[in-house]
Design a protein around this ligand. Structure first.
Ligand SMILES: [Zn+2]
Length: 349
């Protein structure tokens, strides 16, 4: 049909265009189940776990519950990794599973895995350091291979921390650089500072053993004073349920977390697998989790095969420093503290 220009004035054309836009917007909002603002339409907003949902997923008419809705229903931290949605038609080339995987940019659920006790066994330590990803390595100061592993970590762009030997309930030998409750303040701080000076690239510290010393407030205050001076973070290895180390680190304003899971105190595959699953479930529950492992051959073999399961579960592996800065209660802004209060309480137990 040929329309005469006089029968179709500009005003009518504008109105028709507006109606068409409104119609598109209405079908879009009904498909995704909520009405985005103009700014969200222009620039899709990342949802709570910063998963970027591709537009084509939201707009698909067969979708019953939108990812936005799922996230709202489940709450922050409960978002599941994206899987291929059931509405995807095999014939639609833009909706291949690989295309969706590439769109998952980042998730805020994170874990740190710290491998302790580096410095004595050269071969096992080296294999542990060759594991992929942002694993953090805790080096025993003045151990025979301490300097080697510090350099090796730099080469592989891995974070290291000081693994400071501390006295135990059953009086295990500590070596000459161990910290005990019998030391005077000056002596105590000198030993700790020498250890820190020997590994200048450390970003933080955790305790090696220490089931006795971490129960004592005064020496733990001395530890935190030294860490504060150097702006280092602290991870309480929790070798004693009565440890006060984390509480004191919090009081000093030091970014600090507690170990949630020991991966390998029984170094066999079945046990490590059980603990690895616990790490994943703890991270999903709290929003983060800290694991400590050791350079046992079984652990290295297990992690080299299974680290990718973190990614599959929508969890990022990050250095301990990043986890401590993001999740230490004393580092959270009041606004964030309010929104993750439940998480914080769970974490402090
Ligand atoms: Zn240790």
């Amino acid at each position: 049909m040929h329309l005469h220009p006089g029968l179709f004035p500009k005003r009518t054309a504008l109105l028709a265009g507006f109606c068409a836009c409104l119609g598109l917007y209405t079908s879009y909002t009904s498909a995704i189940g909520y009405s985005p603002t103009l700014s969200e339409l222009i620039e899709p907003q990342p949802i709570s776990n910063t998963l970027t949902i591709p537009f084509y997923k939201l707009a698909h008419p067969h979708q019953q519950v939108s990812p936005y809705q799922q996230d709202k229903q489940q709450g922050v931290g409960a978002a599941q990794p994206l899987t291929l949605p059931s509405f995807v038609e095999p014939s639609a080339p833009a909706l291949k599973p690989t295309a969706i995987k590439e769109k998952v940019v980042k998730t805020s659920i994170s874990v740190a895995i710290i491998i302790d006790d580096l410095g004595y066994n050269y071969e096992q330590g080296l294999k542990a350091m060759q594991l992929p990803g942002a694993i953090t390595y805790a080096i025993i100061p003045h151990s025979p291979k301490a300097q080697f592993f510090a350099q090796e970590a730099q080469k592989h762009n891995k974070e290291i921390m000081l693994h400071a030997p501390m006295s135990t309930i059953n009086h295990k030998p500590l070596g000459k650089n161990g910290l005990t409750g019998l030391m005077e303040e000056a002596d105590f701080k000198q030993v700790l500072n020498q250890s820190l000076l020997s590994l200048p690239s450390v970003k933080g510290m955790n305790n090696h053993m220490g089931s006795l010393l971490t129960q004592k407030s005064q020496p733990m205050s001395w530890v935190m004073q030294s860490l504060k001076q150097r702006q280092l973070y602290f991870i309480d290895s929790r070798t004693s349920a009565q440890s006060v180390a984390w509480d004191i680190a919090q009081q000093y304003g030091i970014p600090s977390l507690k170990r949630d899971v020991f991966l390998d105190h029984e170094p066999n595959e079945a046990f490590i697998d059980k603990q690895f699953k616990l790490l994943i479930s703890t991270a999903k529950h709290q929003g983060y989790a800290v694991a400590i492992a050791h350079p046992h051959p079984e652990t290295v073999a297990y992690l080299s095969l299974n680290l990718s399961r973190l990614h599959d579960a929508g969890i990022s592996l990050v250095p301990a420093s990043e986890l401590a800065k993001r999740f230490s209660p004393n580092q959270l802004s009041p606004k964030i503290t309010k929104s993750v209060r439940g998480v914080t309480q769970t974490a402090t137990r």
